[in-house]
Design a protein around this ligand. Structure first.
Ligand code: KIV
Length: 266
């Protein structure tokens, strides 16, 4: 049974939670087979890393549902969290719940994630009461790119830290099962993590979170832009380019295909 029971358990045992994004069948299959991974997020970062959009804002419900259902169907072991795209929540309560419900009914996700603080506490409460597990997301909120005038680190002063803690506490009281902290200072992440009893999952938030998440394409060296806090674990762009180039050259030189390429021709 796929669920988020591990989250509370690992926080209690002080064991780090490990989450990663996925968007496609091939990588969902690989990730689902990795014991150390606790959950998969179909992030709206798909907008940047798979659609090549500059921000996450253009990606819509239908695009997200497509990726969510592929990943959910593929992952037999790990629970899948569907990121709610810009304007799919927060416009009206009824539409927000309907869209989150679609992620679960049509997309077969196990929960959803929304960006925002205490202003979403009531919505989180309603979703949770209906049976939709919700993950929160505070700090850098990429869907607020135009309001913020860019991507900014938060938690840089006492007021900002207080604000982040107030958001985290309100969301916890409303029922979120865990909270993403994106691009907040290490001190702020530590203070938030100590202030709540549900797990915090950091991305660019340092080592004091209860777990870490990363964007798959950044880790694999496939993203055009890799944030400074992330490490490229492999350069799949170059490896793939070399392989494709080699095949193209083999076709041109006549080395591929081989003469007897069907087994029954032999
Ligand atoms: O969309 C995404 O991939 C995310 C992660 C950065 C947490 O929200």
């Amino acid at each position: 049974m796929k669920n988020f029971n591990n989250f509370a358990k690992k926080k209690r045992l002080n064991q780090p939670l490990v989450l990663i994004t996925a968007y496609s069948y091939s990588f969902a299959k690989i990730i689902d087979s990795i014991e150390e991974i606790d959950a998969i997020l179909v992030g709206d970062s798909v907008a940047n890393v798979e659609y090549g959009y500059e921000t996450t804002i253009p990606v819509n419900m239908e695009q997200m549902l497509n990726h969510v259902s592929i990943v959910s169907e593929t992952c037999k072991q790990k629970p899948v969290i569907a990121d709610m795209p810009f304007l799919s929540y927060g416009v009206s309560t009824a539409d927000s719940i309907k869209n989150a419900g679609r992620m679960m009914k049509e997309g077969k996700a196990n929960g959803v994630k929304i960006e925002g603080g205490k202003e979403f506490a009531e919505l989180v409460y309603k979703m949770t009461m209906i049976g939709i597990p919700v993950m929160g997301h505070i700090g850098l909120k990429p869907q607020h790119y135009n309001v913020m005038g860019g991507y900014r680190i938060s938690g840089k002063n006492e007021d900002q830290v207080e604000e982040l803690i107030a958001d985290a506490v309100a969301l916890e009281q409303a029922g979120i099962f865990s909270l993403i902290l994106e691009c907040v200072t290490e001190e702020a992440a530590k203070a938030i993590t100590n202030a709540i009893s549900i797990p915090t999952i950091g991305i660019g938030a340092g080592k004091y979170c209860d777990g870490q998440i990363c964007v798959l394409n950044d880790l694999l060296g496939l993203s055009s832009y890799i944030p400074s806090f992330m490490e490229k674990y492999v350069d799949l762009f170059s490896i793939s380019k070399d392989a494709i180039e080699k095949w193209a050259k083999d076709v041109i030189s006549g080395t591929f295909p081989k003469t007897s390429f069907h087994k029954d021709q032999q």
